[in-house]
Design a protein around this ligand. Structure first.
Ligand code: ATP
Length: 702
């Protein structure tokens, strides 16, 4: 995941752990201000230059004074400069005798450009209006006024007119470059450096503020990543024996299982520089940028070795390349991937740079990326099991105000919550904790209680309750029978998931819902899958039996049952008609672009088998419901009335769940069996001598 931590500055330089810039990090800020100052200086200088000729020195006068000078003919000459202003040179005698020119005495007398007289300056509003006014005076006095036009240029002014805009443009781009560089948060270059890597760099003391304490469970994965850190810190321990340090480690697992968190914890624990980047950061609209960023990232990393590079969501760049001729083999992503492959080959195992990457689609990654010598190791980060879920709850409950009083009903029991959340990822559990806090706050509680967590789980699984949705009586009755069908059949079947709660209050998109507690198992048998399909079809079966018609309400159930049947036949080789054949493509690369890797005849068999299995599940569900008609009626009418029923209500109607009793019995038998083997092990000699061959092992092999 993208990491928003701001412990680095845009140039990728470290900041202090508190997030304050360290002293040497003030540079960019200073530079920014400097650019603005330079710009302002250029503007002011330019302005001064432009105005220099016109405003330096002479007294400015208004039209009234100019008119009187002209009418009295006190001037020696009037110079029109660039049609912008006029210089009016006054006769020395007038200056001497007329007190109205006293302001010229001692002023301008030295600086007069031509005649040795003082002069005034008159700025035109427009030259045309000046001409018109002058004509009027000429008409009235009958004296023609001689004007001396003059073109004046200043070399500085010309230089500024030519180069000023260019200079301004350069300053503007420099400022923009700084801004964009800051916004991209990456290492240097700004818009002039799109090819620079945008990796965040963490170094110093635990700058990510995440340690292994924040990662619950994942013991195996933690151990493996810690080994990576050890490779970097004590490489000689491994190389002295001739071993090679691995170059790449790939974290693979479903979304939200803590891959990014684990990588951040490595950064926190490793005490080596850590470059973090997302796969999508490499790809930009410019061609060649991705490859250049990869190069830059590895160059930077090599300079800081020993260090770790972390590439999140590597599938954004690491997807399998197309076949030449069949796809556009030269596209930008492929160039980026090629560069990544080259860089990972390029550094020898002695470089002390290890690449850590995370993805939830290892199946789509290019094979070249996964080969030994690149991502030599793959660490699987699975969905958490019961104990791990408990641990994750503990981590995320650290800052929550909980009801911890075991003697109250609202006591937040971690074991119970972990049992209620099978199939939840770490991210889901973090979400449940947050949602529970919000739930409690909404109710104005001082402490978060068990019910808040249950409401949060319901909300996350089923969506928000929508009691405002208007249903007709008949619709409500149909939903009650539909949900009772699911609840009853799953209660009665050995391998179906046991019910926790069933409701006919609309939630999210669904009009009714049933919550089950899936069993935690690593492999699934045909019987287990078929039981699950039967309970999925039970909703529609119930509608048909009790109302004689079926509705669209079963869409989601049928869809899921059909998909399960398809997987049984096409992937798991569980159809007797088709035999032990799987059309599953683990690489997901579908090498030659075939849509179907089987013949039309096989396709027909698949269709037939899928239909057969789904129909069999439906018929089975119907026969189970027909065999329990009375209980079904009672359950549906209670559900209709109360709107929500729990496991205990079902137990009241059907008695204890047979499947649970059987399971308990099996577990007890297993315990007994293991206890007796332990006993026989203990009675055997614990330290077999060389004279006593270990026949036990031989028997085991037999
Ligand atoms: P994705 O593949 O979608 O990027 P991910 O596997 O990288 O997901 P993270 O981003 O690491 O998942 O996890 C998301 C959040 O879930 C974390 O920020 C954390 O709050 C929580 N979480 C996940 N796993 C754990 C764990 N083992 N312990 C504690 N919290 C966890």
């Amino acid at each position: 995941m993208a990491d928003n931590s701001n412990n680095t500055n845009p140039s990728g330089k470290p900041q202090s752990p508190q997030g304050k810039p360290s002293p040497n990090n003030t540079k960019p800020k200073k530079g920014w201000v400097m650019y603005v100052v330079y710009g302002a200086i250029i503007l002011v200088l330019g302005g001064m230059l432009l105005r220099q000729d016109s405003t330096n020195g002479p007294h400015k006068i208004k039209w009234a004074k100019l008119e009187s000078i002209i009418r009295q003919q006190d001037y020696t000459k009037i110079v029109i400069v660039n049609q912008e202003f006029a210089e009016i040179y006054i006769k020395p005698t007038a200056i001497k005798n007329d007190t109205s020119y006293s302001d010229l005495v001692g002023h301008n007398m030295m600086s007069q450009p031509t005649s040795g007289t003082g002069f005034y300056l008159y700025e035109f509003v427009t030259f045309e209006s000046f001409e018109k006014d002058l004509e009027q005076i000429e008409e009235e006095t009958g004296v023609r006024v001689e004007l001396t036009p003059e073109k004046r240029t200043s070399p500085w002014r010309d230089i500024f007119i030519v180069f000023g805009p260019l200079l301004m443009l350069i300053v503007f781009f420099m400022i923009m470059s700084r801004i964009s560089q800051r916004q991209m948060g990456g290492g240097g270059g700004g818009i002039f450096g799109v090819g620079k890597s945008k990796a965040k760099v963490y170094d110093g003391k635990t700058p990510t503020n995440v340690t292994f304490k924040d990662v619950a469970g994942l013991a195996g994965a933690k151990e493996e990543v810690m080994e990576v850190v050890d490779f970097l810190k004590n490489p000689r321990r491994y190389t002295d024996l001739g071993g090679k340090i691995p170059k790449g480690v790939l974290l693979v697992g479903p979304p939200g299982t803590g891959k990014t968190l684990l990588a951040k914890a490595v950064a926190g624990e490793a005490n080596v520089p850590f470059f973090s980047m997302s796969g999508s950061d490499f790809v930009e609209m410019f061609v060649g940028v991705g490859a250049s960023r990869v190069r830059d990232l590895f160059d930077e990393a090599k300079k800081k070795a020993p260090c770790i590079i972390f590439i999140d969501e590597i599938d954004a760049v690491g997807r399998a390349r197309g076949h030449a001729g069949l796809s556009n083999a030269n596209d930008e992503r492929e160039n980026t991937l090629n560069q990544l492959l080259t860089e990972m080959d390029g550094f020898s195992s002695g470089t002390n740079v290890i690449v850590l990457a995370a993805t939830n689609r290892a199946d789509v990654l290019d094979k070249a990326l996964l080969r030994a010598g690149r991502f030599d190791r793959q660490i699987y980060v699975e969905l958490p099991d019961l104990e791990e879920r408990k641990g994750i709850f503990n981590v995320h409950m650290r800052n929550l105000k909980l009801n911890n009083d075991e003697n109250t009903e609202g006591y937040v029991d971690r074991d119970f919550l972990a049992k209620q959340t099978p199939g939840f990822s770490g991210a889901d559990i973090a979400n449940v904790c947050n949602e529970a806090a919000l739930c409690a706050a909404r109710k104005g509680k001082k402490l978060i209680e068990k019910q808040d967590f249950l409401d949060a789980i319901d909300r996350i699984v089923g969506g928000l309750e929508k009691r405002t949705k208007v249903l007709t009586e008949q619709e409500k009755r149909t939903i009650a029978y539909h949900e009772s069908g699911h609840a009853s059949v799953s209660w009665l079947l050995r391998w179906a998931n046991p019910l926790i709660k069933v409701t006919i209050v609309p939630r999210g998109k669904a009009l009714g819902a049933a919550w089950y507690l899936p069993e935690e198992r690593q492999i699934t048998t045909y019987e287990q899958l078929f039981d699950e399909m039967t309970s999925l079809m039970a909703g529609r079966a119930s509608e048909e039996i009790f109302f004689g018609k079926i509705s669209t309400g079963a869409l989601n159930d049928i869809e899921r049952a059909t998909k399960m049947a398809q997987s049984l036949v096409v992937y798991y080789g569980m159809s007797p008609e088709l035999g032990n054949i799987s059309f599953y493509d683990a690489s997901g690369q579908n090498d030659y672009g075939f849509t179907k890797p089987f013949s039309e005849k096989t396709a027909e068999i698949i269709d037939k088998e899928v239909k057969r299995i789904v129909e069999e599940a439906y018929a089975r569900a119907k026969s189970i419901i027909l065999g329990h008609r009375d209980q079904m009626n009672e359950l549906a009418s209670q559900l209709y009335e109360k709107e929500v029923l729990f496991r205990e209500d079902l137990e009241r109607i059907y008695g204890p769940r047979q499947a649970d009793l059987e399971k308990k019995k099996e577990e007890e038998n297993q315990k007994l069996a293991s206890a007796s083997t332990e006993e026989s092990d203990n009675s055997a000699p614990s330290n077999p001598t060389d004279d006593q061959p270990q026949h036990d092992n031989e028997n085991l092999l037999d």
